[in-house]
Design a protein around this ligand. Structure first.
Ligand code: GLA
Length: 360
């Protein structure tokens, strides 16, 4: 564990951090201009920054124990450095002068579990540069730059949910976001409920190709229906004339948007849970982004007393589940389910939220 001083031989000039996120409802809707409802998680990514005296940028990841040194005019690097490099380049394209920096990253956001470790890195980096260089950047613009860094420099055609959640959400509220207008509103969790998240231990293989394919199918469905984006349709009946699989893909997006909008009216924890369960069914059957292990984990959660509802969260194809449970029972429920799931399905399951040091 090497700190900034040990890597760069000087004290840092600024620091900033940003959280990962878990999405409660509104999955695969953000690239359809739809509605999402994420919350921040306790795990965060922290960057320490200073000025680099030798003309190069130097990025160090403590978790990976990897140092990347790069000239500003170099090609985009691979791996974690691509996100940071992308943020710097995008700021320069907007007319900001970014001098060579030393940047040191520590993170408790698990990588590859679907909790948006990359968005947390982008937002922390942009916040850190804002402090170091006294840049005028608001939080929504930071999210937009983070999303562009991911799309243009890391090659992932993501929506804007993850970066908006990392930039605007906190752990005590849900963040309702209209991904078309970027209007957002913080909302309390349903009364008497808290959130838990469990990693299935199944790596998100196919996540990228499957994600891009779903995105293309949604765009084609919108084109055939003559709308700008699926968000423009509220009546799920409208999709019935579409060829398969576009009919099912569009039906998921439209019903999912409607589920999020129902929450906006104010619903009980029980109703919220029912909407999460319906979301999982829709993601599994209509959107086809679940895998058997996630289905098993979700079913175990749904059958456990104290659980209002559960579903896969994030892009799917592996990764994590989220559940809404009775306040105060999150840790006990998560321990119980992870233990049973470990015996019957996958010993790699682990608790992500509440934050606990593993193994228990
Ligand atoms: C990933 C993407 C998000 C969103 C989700 C699915 O996390 O980064 O933009 O599309 O998948 O809801």
């Amino acid at each position: 564990m090497k700190d900034f001083q040990q890597i760069f031989g000087a004290a840092p000039d600024s620091l900033a951090s940003a959280p990962g996120r878990v999405n409660l409802l509104g999955e695969h809707t953000d690239y359809n201009d739809g509605f999402v409802l994420p919350t921040a998680i306790p795990q965060r990514t922290t960057v320490h920054l200073g000025f680099s005296p030798d003309g190069q940028h130097h990025f160090y990841s403590q978790e990976l124990d990897e140092l990347v040194s790069i000239w500003d005019h170099d090609h985009t690097p691979q791996g974690f450095a691509s996100y940071i490099f992308g943020c710097i380049r995008l700021l320069e394209q907007e007319g900001h002068t970014i001098p060579p920096v030393n940047l040191h990253i520590t993170s408790s956001v698990p990588i590859g579990s679907g909790l948006s470790s990359s968005a947390a890195l982008e937002v922390a980096t942009l916040r850190g540069l804002r402090v170091l260089l006294k840049l005028r950047l608001d939080d929504v613009h930071i999210a937009q730059l983070g999303q562009q860094a991911e799309i243009q420099y890391a090659g992932v055609k993501c929506g804007i949910m993850d970066q908006m959640a990392s930039s605007l959400a906190d752990t005590e509220h849900m963040l309702f976001l209209d991904t078309r207008t970027l209007e957002s509103r913080v909302m309390p969790f349903p009364t008497g409920a808290e959130v838990l998240a469990i990693d299935s231990g199944v790596p998100r293989t196919l996540a990228e190709s499957g994600y891009n394919q779903r995105r293309a199918e949604c765009e084609e469905a919108a084109r055939q229906l003559g709308v700008q984006a699926l968000r423009d349709i509220t009546d799920a009946q409208v999709v019935e004339g579409l060829p398969e699989p576009l009919r099912r893909r569009a039906r998921h997006v439209i019903t999912e948007d409607n589920r999020v909008l129902e929450v906006l009216q104010g619903v009980s924890a029980q109703r919220f849970g029912e909407l999460m369960n319906a979301s999982h069914t829709s993601l599994r059957d209509d959107y086809e982004v679940s895998v058997p292990a996630l289905d098993a984990l979700v079913a175990m959660l749904q059958e456990t007393p104290g659980v209002f509802g559960a579903r896969l969260t994030g892009a799917g194809f592996g990764g994590a589940c989220v559940a809404l449970v009775t306040s105060g029972q999150g840790l006990a429920i998560a321990q119980n389910v992870v233990e049973r799931y470990g015996r019957t399905h996958n010993p790699g399951g682990r608790i992500l939220v509440p934050e606990v040091s593993q193994p228990l």
